[in-house]
Design a protein around this ligand. Structure first.
Ligand code: DX5
Ligand code: ZN
Length: 220
């Protein structure tokens, strides 16, 4: 399994998005959080800003949609060229139809689960998706503490993915840092979103390298 690092630009210097993306050009993706003030109590940006990050051509864009009605809005993020588009299971009306639509548009389809959403009801959907996101904080804000109580859920998701024989990335998002990434990797995650850990570090590039090194040591 490849260790994948996806820095979240949520709490970076937003007046300098290009510079913030270039600062982590050694990462695999840039994680861009779309929030609508309904699905989560915070508001970020929408399609025009995400499209600008795609057009910058610095890193593939990993769009995380914390929005209601992704059935309506998510395909647009695939159309502008995001490498992966993750919508939330709690918000989607027809997740299978939506995942198929995203794949048809040429993007990876991601399914996100809030901390209180169990993984078991979604095992049957694994063949429809390319990425499963287990939130390790309540979505909405950067800088929160990693929820250790999510580790068993990550383990169960890893077991289900392995049993399926499918190539599905297992992403964790929230509170990932030098202090927590090894636990998440040991539990079975292979895609690591890190916001404040990367952008609060003195050297974001070096922090990406260090997170990758720590996670790789514990890769399954
Ligand atoms: C939170 C977002 C995260 C956030 C992570 O709801 O989905 O991507 O930026 O930030 P940190 O790494 O600081 O927890
Ligand atoms: Zn996110």
């Amino acid at each position: 399994m490849m260790t994948t690092i996806s820095p979240s630009i949520l709490n970076s210097d937003l007046l300098d998005l290009r510079g913030q993306l270039e600062a982590v050009r050694n990462a695999d993706y840039a994680h861009v959080d779309v929030m609508d003030n309904h699905f989560v109590p915070n508001l970020t940006w929408g399609l025009p800003v995400v499209e600008a990050t795609v057009r910058a051509g610095i890193l593939p864009i990993d769009a995380h949609l914390m929005i209601q009605d992704p059935d309506r809005w998510a395909p647009g993020y695939a159309e502008v060229g995001c490498a992966s588009v993750t919508f939330h299971a709690e918000a989607a009306t027809a997740p299978i139809r939506l995942a198929r639509e995203l794949r048809r548009l040429g993007t990876k389809a991601g399914l996100g689960l809030r901390p209180a959403t169990p993984v078991e009801p979604f095992i049957e959907l694994l063949p429809e998706i390319d990425l499963l996101l287990i939130m390790t904080v309540e979505p909405g804000f950067g800088g929160q503490a990693f929820l250790d109580c999510m580790l068993p859920k990550i383990q169960r998701a890893r077991a289900a993915i392995n049993a399926s024989g499918l190539e599905i990335a297992l992403q964790v998002d929230g509170g990932i840092s030098r202090q927590t990434i090894e636990r998440a990797a040991s539990a079975g995650a292979d895609v690591f979103v890190a916001g404040s850990a990367v952008y609060k570090a003195e050297d974001a590039y070096a922090e990406v390298e260090e997170l990758r090194r720590l996670a790789a040591c514990h890769a399954h």
